[in-house]
Every structure is written in C-alpha cells, then in structure tokens.
Design a protein around this ligand. Sequence first.
Ligand code: FES
Length: 165
Amino acid sequence: MSLEKKYAKEIKQILAKYPPEHKRSAVMPLLYLAQREAGYINKEAMKEIAHLLDITETDVASIVGFYTLYHDRKAGKYRMQVCTDLPCALRGADEFLDKLCGNLGIKVGETTEDGLVTVESVMCLAACDRAPMFQTQGPDGIKYHEYMTVDRTMELIEALKGVKE
Ligand code: FES
C-alpha cells in the first residue's frame, strides 16, 4: 500500500509543520515515517516522498545515502556499521572490517546466514580517535562500540543472539 494511503493523517500532520514554500524540509520526518515499518525505505516510498515535496528522487536518495540512520535496503536484526573513513582507516579499520567479515563468512553489505547481523561500512561516526569502532542499530536502539578487536566483536555478536526483543 502506498505511503499516502496508509499514513494520510500522519503525512498531513508532518506537512502542516512547514510553510508550503519550505515543504522540502519535511523530507527527514517523512523518511522516518517510511522507514518505521520495514526498517528501510524502498524505491516506491522515495518516489512518493519526492512527489509530495516537489523534489527529485535523486534528492531523496542522496539524503538516504548520506545519513547512516536511513537505509535503502533490508538488513538483519542488527546493522553493524563500521567506520572506515580516513582517521579510522589510519587506525586499522579496513583490516578490522576484512577480518570481521571473514570470520562471519560474509562480504561488506551482506547479512549472516541466521539473519542476525548485517555488516556495513560507513563514513565518520564522530569517534575518530577510538577506532576500530562501529555502531549497532537494532531493536534495542543504537550503541557505539569503540577500541574494538575482532575477538571482542565476535563475543558481542554471540551475546546478541541471546537478546530478546
Ligand atoms: S573517521 Fe571514523 S569515526 Fe570519524
């Protein structure tokens, strides 16, 4: 079902907060609304949001691509977002990411077979001096993990298996 049909009331309330000439500012709350159910924003929803706000689909997609809290694809129960931006790379983030993915038997962007973890590479998460670092996004919210090793990360993943929703 389309966003406009399903969330007509919420969309009206969101748009009412902005003057018509600045309605493009409603893009963030609309994306949040679109992401609420499935945990990601599909192409159809991006198209609808672009139409609602008189902006291009590329504008919407670039916002989704820029922010680590918006997602354009389905993922596992937990997204593990490893920062590989330059300062973290200088502290071994790439090697950390490679080893971690190797241990999990997946490539960057993929999800473990049990659907528990998707490993992603992201840009600066503002903990540049504490790499290797990543954030997890899951049912229990967003958490930062700093000064990580692959062994400690594997332990963390084991512990996530026991987390109840
Ligand atoms: S560069 Fe990795 S947190 Fe800033």
